[in-house]
Structure formats: structure tokens, C-alpha cells
Design a binder for this molecule. Structure first.
Ligand code: UD1
Ligand code: CA
Length: 471
């Protein structure tokens, strides 16, 4: 039950910076780790702590792009048109944050932070009645981070945060760093934020300087040290970002394995955050499972397959080198090797789609087979159909796409071209190498090819004639 004592809490996510160190035309917070933009990870943590309406992303560089990437979450945006530092980011958010008691400040480029740690930071801040509480961590390589100068080694209280560029040699020895996550008492913050100065190498307003501003004013600044230093990592360079990506991916693999699937050489697999995998499924090395892919139980996904936004039923085998994009695979189907299932491919239970077969916008019925060198596009294929090697649905006349319909138990001989729109009735046979341009009734045999002519002895005569000219 909220009482009058429950603090009204907002979360501000600093996401306006350019990310100069990435050498990119895209804003830093839209670079991806674990298959999602950095900012999307941070927004997910924020909205698990407070309601989306209490989350404010401070955007500036490429603000519209950044907004588009996360606006579906329902959070708010504050525009920091000019990026004059992390302190300035909070200055522009003053009106938005004024109605709250406490603001938790997160960094849009540090996606590993957990909700649990942020809640602890918030509670610690409330319990100690501090003006500013920062999350710190002990790093063996603290270079680049702001260092925490405590009032005394045992004290919770902080005197100042010294940025790398301003630190003297003794301060550079300090292993306790500023993580860039803070809790502030909103009233205290905005009473004193005007005292920030830009007398530093970047000529920016540093939010970190609020520590010394408050210390001078005799307001309480404290630090909470996290035991899990990995969760505060920021991505200032591409190399740092890829280290974070590896951590996110490995955590995802561990989660999938804990839920009962095996992943061989997980460090070679790329599995996005929202992917689900059932029990007793085996994922071989160098597999990518991307987007909203769901793989059922008892499947085997063999090496070098890339599966994006697809649903794979139970007991499915995906043989090596297959590409699935927006496809649905029924239980016990066998796909590959080297199949390319493009959007709208629905493969029925127990069906086989094999070597060098491309499908698009097609329904393949239960138990049907298309095992070799085939293109099936814009087609409806019944159950128990055999599609011979080299079959092509000619679905495109240069302007429009047309449909091919194949009834149950049809046998399509090898190397047939089915010129759509065309229907082949149940149980019909198509002779090999046919070009089918007219509908075929059920149970009929259709042959559409030139008749074979055989000229007895022709080759021998030809050989002899050629040999005679050589002499
Ligand atoms: C900051 C801290 C540093 C800390 C480190 C932890 C400052 C001055 N320093 O440094 O003490 O150790 O984080 O990772 O705060 N941003 C804006 N508007 C701006 C500038 C930045 O929204 O005007 C955003 C950036 O997009 C980024 C975040 O603030 O998401 C942090 O900025 P960044 O430049 O990465 O700060 P650091 O140099 O990492
Ligand atoms: Ca940073």
C-alpha cells in the first residue's frame, strides 16, 4: 500500500551523448549488444522498477532515431538539444522530475545493470536520507572511470568524484570507481545543480561534481559498492561493447541450458535475448538464433544455421547451413542441409525440405517432401506430396505474383516448371521435366514436354565422319 511516506520515484536515463569514441554515424545508445540496442536493455531494467510513465530518457544526439527505437515501451523523453555534459542532462530534465521525491539516474550505455542493484541503491539512499547516493565498484583496471574519494576509508560518505583526466597520481591509484548510476533527492539536486561549473577539460557540466557541491553544502553524499563489478560496465568503445555483448550472450546461453537444452561450444553461438528453446533440444556450434525465435523440445539445430523470428516445433531437425527467416516449422519436420526458408514459409508436421531448396510464402502440408534443388514461392502444397528435384514454381510474370496450388498426394516429377497461376488436383502425376501451364485435374497424368526422338546409329556415323576429316 503506498503511504504518504512512500517516495515518488522517477528514473532518468542519460542517452543524449554522441559516443564520439565509437567513430560511428549512429548514436551510441542504439548500438546493439545481445541483439538489442544498448538503450533497450536499460529501459527494460527501468520499467521493471517503476511504471513506464515514470521513466524519462534524456535524448539529444539523433534524438528522433533514439526515440523511435524505444517509444513503444511507453516511456517519456526529455530533449537535451545541446549536449553539455551529464550534469547538464539533469538540468534540462528539471521540469519533468520536479514532481518526484527521488530520481534514479541510469546511463544509456551501461546495459548490464540489474533491477536488484538499482532497488538496493534506492533503498540505501532512502534509509540514509542522503542528498546523493552513487553506486561504486572496485575494479582492478579503473583507468578511464571517475574515482571515489571517501571521507575516510571506512565511511559511507563521499567527499568527491574525480574524473580520470583531473585525477592526480595518488587518486589514480584508487580502485573504487563511479559506476555512473545515482540516486538523488530531487529537491536537493535542483536546489544546488546551478552550482555546477564547466572548469574541466571538456568544458562540460559534470553530474559527478554534485558530490563536491553537496559536500561543501554539508549535504550527505554516500556510496554503495556493488559486489558484481561486471554489471556496471559501460560501452565507450567498440571493444568494450563487444565484451559486454559476449557477457550478455553467454548469460543467455546459460539461461537456456539451465532450462534444459544443450549448447555445444556456447561461445560460438549467437542467441538473442528474446529467444526461447525447449528441453532436450541440442544446439550445435556456430548456430545463430535471432529475434523472437522459438525452438521446441527435442530438436537438433545443426551447425551454421541462422534462424530469425521463426517458430520451430518439437522434434525438428535443422541440418547444417540452413537459413530460416519468419518461418514456421511443424513438429518432426526435417530441414536442410542448406535450405533457405524465407518469410511466410509454413512447413507441416513431418515434412522434409532439403538440399538447396528455397521457399517463400508457401504452405507445405504434413509429410510432404521437397528434398533437392527447388524453388517454391506463393504456393499451397497439400499433404503427402512429393516435389521432385529441380521443381520450380514460376510465380512471377515480371509484374505480378501468382499462386500455385498442389493437392494432397500429388507427385511432381523432377525438373518440372509449374507456371502460376496453376492448380494440380489431388493425386495427380506430373511427368518429369514438364512445363505445366494449364490446371491438372485430380488423379490425372500431365506431361508437358517435347517428345523424345531417337536416331539409331546417329552418333557412330557422326564420329566416323569427323575422324575422316582429321586424316
Ligand atoms: C561517466 C562519469 C564517470 C563514470 C562513468 C561510468 C561523468 C562526468 N563521468 O563518464 O565518473 O566513471 O560515467 O561509466 O559523468 N550523456 C548525456 N548528455 C550529455 C553527456 C552524456 O545524456 O551531455 C549520456 C551519454 O549518452 C551516456 C551517459 O550520459 O549514456 C554517460 O556519458 P559518457 O560520456 O559515457 O560518460 P563517461 O565518460 O563514461
Ligand atoms: Ca560511459
Amino acid at each position: 500500500m503506498p503511504t504518504s511516506k512512500t517516495p515518488r520515484i522517477a528514473i532518468a536515463i542519460m542517452a543524449a551523448g554522441k559516443g564520439t569514441r565509437l567513430q560511428s554515424k549512429y548514436p551510441k545508445v542504439l548500438h546493439e549488444v545481445g541483439g538489442k540496442p544498448l538503450l533497450a536493455h536499460v529501459v527494460a531494467v527501468a520499467t521493471s522498477i517503476v511504471a513506464a510513465k515514470d521513466v524519462y530518457a534524456i535524448v539529444g544526439h539523433e534524438a528522433e532515431l533514439v526515440r523511435k527505437a524505444v517509444e513503444h515501451t511507453g516511456i517519456n523523453f526529455v530533449l537535451q538539444a545541446e549536449q553539455r555534459g551529464t550534469g547538464h542532462a539533469l538540468m534540462v530534465a528539471r521540469d519533468a522530475l520536479a514532481p518526484y521525491d527521488q530520481v534514479l539516474v541510469l546511463s544509456g550505455d551501461a546495459p548490464l545493470i540489474t533491477a536488484e542493484t538499482i532497488r538496493r541503491l534506492s533503498d540505501f539512499h532512502s534509509d540514509k536520507k542522503a542528498a546523493m547516493t552513487l553506486l561504486s565498484a572496485e575494479l582492478s583496471h579503473p583507468t578511464g572511470y571517475g574515482r571515489i574519494v571517501r571521507k575516510s576509508p571506512k565511511s559511507d560518505e563521499v567527499r568527491a568524484i574525480v574524473e580520470e583526466k583531473a585525477a592526480n597520481p595518488t587518486q589514480k591509484e584508487i580502485g573504487e570507481i563511479n559506476s555512473g548510476f545515482y540516486a538523488f533527492a530531487v529537491k536537493a539536486l535542483y536546489a544546488r545543480i546551478g552550482e555546477l561549473k564547466t572548469d574541466n577539460t571538456h568544458r562540460e557540466y559534470y553530474l559527478t561534481d554534485m558530490a563536491s557541491v553537496f559536500t561543501k553544502a554539508k549535504s550527505k553524499v554516500i556510496a554503495l559498492k556493488t559486489g558484481n563489478a561486471a554489471e556496471i560496465l559501460g560501452s565507450n568503445t567498440r571493444a568494450e561493447m563487444m565484451e559486454i555483448d559476449a557477457l550478455v550472450r553467454m548469460a543467455k546461453c546459460r539461461q537456456i541450458m539451465a532450462a534444459g537444452a544443450s549448447i555445444f561450444f556456447p561461445q560460438t553461438c549467437v542467441i538473442d535475448a528474446d529467444v526461447e528453446v525447449g528441453t532436450d533440444t541440442i544446439i550445435e556450434p556456430f548456430v545463430q538464433l535471432l529475434g523472437k525465435t522459438r525452438v521446441g523440445n527435442d530438436c537438433r539445430i545443426r551447425s551454421y544455421s541462422v534462424i530469425h523470428n521463426s517458430e520451430v516445433g518439437d522434434g525438428v531437425t535443422v541440418r547444417p547451413g540452413s537459413i530460416l527467416d519468419d518461418a514456421r516449422i511443424g513438429s518432426n519436420a526435417v530441414i536442410g542441409p542448406y535450405s533457405h526458408l524465407r518469410p511466410g514459409s509454413e512447413i507441416g508436421e513431418g515434412a522434409h525440405v532439403g538440399n538447396f531448396v528455397e521457399t517463400k510464402n508457401v504452405k507445405v502440408g504434413r509429410g510432404s517432401k521437397a528434398n533437392h534443388l527447388t524453388y517454391l514461392g506463393d504456393a499451397q502444397i497439400g499433404a503427402g506430396v512429393n516435389v521432385g528435384a529441380g521443381t520450380i514454381t514460376c510465380n512471377y510474370d515480371g509484374v505480378h505474383k501468382h499462386k500455385t496450388e498442389i493437392g494432397d498426394n500429388v507427385f511432381v516429377g523432377s525438373d518440372s516448371t509449374l507456371v502460376a497461376p496453376v492448380k494440380i488436383g489431388k493425386g495427380a502425376y506430373i511427368g518429369a521435366a514438364s512445363c505445366i501451364t494449364d490446371d491438372v485435374p485430380g488423379d490425372a497424368l500431365a506431361i508437358g514436354r517435347a517428345r523424345q526422338t531417337t536416331k539409331e546409329g546417329w552418333a557412330r556415323t557422326k564420329r566416323e565422319a569427323m575422324a575422316a576429316t582429321k586424316k
